[in-house]
Design a binder for this molecule. Sequence first.
Ligand SMILES: [Zn+2]
Length: 51
Amino acid sequence: MKTFYSGDQPGEGLYQCNGCGGVVDVNDSTFSLLPCSECGCTVWIDRCIKE
Ligand SMILES: [Zn+2]
């Protein structure tokens, strides 16, 4: 697993908040990660598998 931070452009995929576990689905390779809207955490973990 890779770790990303707000402001990174990780590319398309699912990223999970390291704070609350919320998942963001990125469909735009130019999208920059934002702090989590739920808990404000700025650390995101690459998550390959959709539930
Ligand atoms: Zn969060």
